[in-house]
Every structure is written in structure tokens, then in C-alpha cells.
Design a protein around this ligand. Structure first.
Ligand SMILES: NC(=O)c1ccc[n+]([C@@H]2O[C@H](COP(=O)([O-])OP(=O)(O)OC[C@H]3O[C@@H](n4cnc5c(N)ncnc54)[C@H](OP(=O)(O)O)[C@@H]3O)[C@@H](O)[C@H]2O)c1
Length: 268
């Protein structure tokens, strides 16, 4: 299976790396010369020629910034006729993609930065012309990047706000815990390691151990104990409200960007 990854930036490189490890034949296309050299040094097959790469590809993964989606798609439209294109561009709707390249088939996917360590949560939505075979191939590709979940496209802004932004939110929590460790006299590196491992561990308790967040809290909290003293202090700050407001604001921003992108094409 020949896959071309268009745009060898952070996400393109991570996708290419995971797909090569999963046994796919991958070519990365990139326009910046110095970036091409970097990618070649990392062992990737790289070209600046999008059209030639797409011509020999079975599936295309579009990894350019949202502002570059239109020009990249226009460039490859002819060679991509009838082919499946998985776009990971945030805030770029399926309708927009289909208008630019009506003869291609599209899946819109939203990974997050954890894709670089093969731990992405990738939500995806499919266009109306996607066959069962296309879907199987796409799920195979996206599963090489972490966990996958099909969603209705109407939820994509919410997914972007929650899942796409999650590494930034949780990095803030990790940093806060690191500072908390410093306050009680632990080394910086050790505190950060504890915070990160606790995130992995708590995630696994939920995903693999089947525990709910409240069950986990109850399991750690004994009457008059250490954890409840910590939670008592945390209750003074509206932690849940802060996250709810943050995700709501991020969803609004994603909607705003998405409608700007759509209006740019409807004005043409
Ligand atoms: N970063 C995240 O956490 C994240 C999460 C989910 C989804 N996404 C989506 O993933 C996409 C890529 O993000 P990124 O962070 O990897 O961006 P990035 O680092 O800027 O990578 C995009 C790369 O594509 C190159 N490029 C632009 N137009 C091209 C073309 N026509 N042909 C070949 N290469 C081209 C760019 O070169 P120039 O720099 O010279 O333009 C750049 O090197 C975006 O659409 C973003 O919305 C990102």
C-alpha cells in the first residue's frame, strides 16, 4: 500500500513515522528545502513533487496547515481523482475539501500531538462516497497512530476543542503538579516524572481498569486522610468550571475559523 503524506511538518512526520513502523510504503512531500533534508536524514523517502508522488499513491494523507489546504489540493486534483484523501487539517470541513477536489473521496480526521508517541486519540468523519473498503483502509491507517473513533462531523469543533487541545491543557496540569512538588521540597525532574506517570496511570485506570473518575477519587480518599486534605484545598478553586469554560471557548474559536475558511471559498 503506497501512502503519500503531503506536508512534512510536526504531524506529517509523526504520521509518516508511525505508518512506516506499521509496514506501509510512505513518501513524504514537503516544499521547504531544509525540511526535506531533515526528513531525509531521518530516513524518510521525501520529494517536493506533490503531483508525481500522488500519481503513484493509493491513499493520500493531507498534513498541511489549514491555510495551505486549498492550494495543495488544487495542485494534486488531477492525480488524486478517485483516490482516498485523509485530511488532518483542523477546522477544514468535508464540504470545503469536496468543493476543491470534487473527484476525490475524503475522510476528515482530528488527531492530537500525542500522535508523535503513537498515543493519539483520532476522531474522524467520513464523506458520503466512502465505501466500506475505503473505511477499512482508513481505519487501518489511523489505528497506526493511536486510538480511533468515528464521529458525526457536526461534533468536530467540539472534538478539536477537547481532544486536539488536550495535550496543551494537560501539559498545564503537569506543570502545575511539578510546581506543587517543588513547594513540598521535591526535585523538579522527579516532580514532573511523577505528574506525567500519574496521568498515564490514571488514564489506564479509566481506559483499562474501567474505573470512573469518582471511583478513582473514592479509592484514594480515606476519612481524615492525606488525599482529602489535598482535595479540600482544590475544592476552593473551580477546577471543573475552568476546564468547561476553556473547552467551550476553544470550540467557539474552532467554529469561527471553520466558517472563515468556508466563506473564503463561497466568495470565489
Ligand atoms: N499540531 C497539532 O497539534 C495538530 C493536531 C491536529 C491536527 N493538526 C493539523 O495538522 C496539520 C499540520 O500541522 P503541523 O503542526 O504539522 O504543521 P506544520 O508543522 O506547519 O507542517 C506543515 C508542513 O507542510 C508544508 N507545506 C505547506 N504547503 C505544502 C504543499 N503544498 N506541499 C507540501 N508541503 C507543504 C509546510 O511548509 P511551510 O512551513 O514552508 O509552509 C510545513 O512544513 C494542520 O492542518 C493542523 O491543523 C495539527
Amino acid at each position: 500500500m503506497n501512502i503519500v503524506v503531503i506536508g512534512g511538518g510536526i504531524i506529517g512526520e509523526a504520521i509518516a513515522k508511525n505508518l512506516v513502523a506499521a509496514g506501509y510504503n510512505v513518501i513524504v512531500t514537503e516544499k521547504r528545502v531544509e525540511r526535506i533534508r531533515d526528513l531525509e536524514k531521518l530516513g524518510f523517502k521525501v520529494t517536493a513533487n506533490n503531483r508525481a508522488a500522488v500519481k503513484h499513491a493509493d491513499i493520500i494523507v493531507l498534513c498541511v496547515k489549514p491555510k495551505d489546504v486549498e492550494s495543495a489540493l488544487k495542485e494534486i486534483a488531477e492525480e488524486a481523482e478517485g483516490k482516498l484523501i485523509i485530511s488532518v487539517a483542523a477546522a477544514v470541513p468535508l464540504d470545503f475539501l469536496r468543493k476543491i477536489s470534487p473527484k476525490s473521496k475524503f475522510i476528515r480526521a482530528m488527531p492530537n500531538l500525542a500522535i508523535t508517541v503513537c498515543e493519539s486519540f483520532t476522531a474522524y468523519s467520513i464523506g458520503p462516497d466512502i465505501s466500506q473498503e475505503d473505511l477499512k483502509l482508513a481505519v487501518g491507517i489511523l489505528s497506526a497512530l493511536g486510538k480511533v473513533h468515528m464521529i458525526d462531523e457536526s461534533h468536530m469543533d467540539a472534538i478539536t476543542a477537547l481532544s486536539g487541545c488536550a495535550p496543551a491543557y494537560l501539559a498545564l496540569v503537569a506543570e502545575a503538579m511539578m510546581y506543587a512538588g517543588l513547594v513540598v521540597g521535591l526535585e523538579r525532574e522527579l516532580s514532573l516524572k511523577i505528574a506525567a506517570q500519574a496521568m498515564i496511570g490514571t488514564g489506564k485506570l479509566i481506559l483499562e481498569g474501567g474505573k470512573t473518575p469518582s471511583q478513582i477519587r473514592d479509592m484514594v480518599t480515606t476519612p481524615g486522610g492525606v488525599t482529602v486534605s489535598g482535595l479540600f484545598e482544590l475544592e476552593k478553586v473551580p477546577v471543573r468550571h475552568a476546564f468547561m469554560s476553556a473547552v467551550k471557548a476553544a470550540r467557539e474559536k474552532s467554529r469561527e475559523i471553520s466558517s472563515l475558511i468556508c466563506s473564503s471559498i463561497s466568495e470565489e
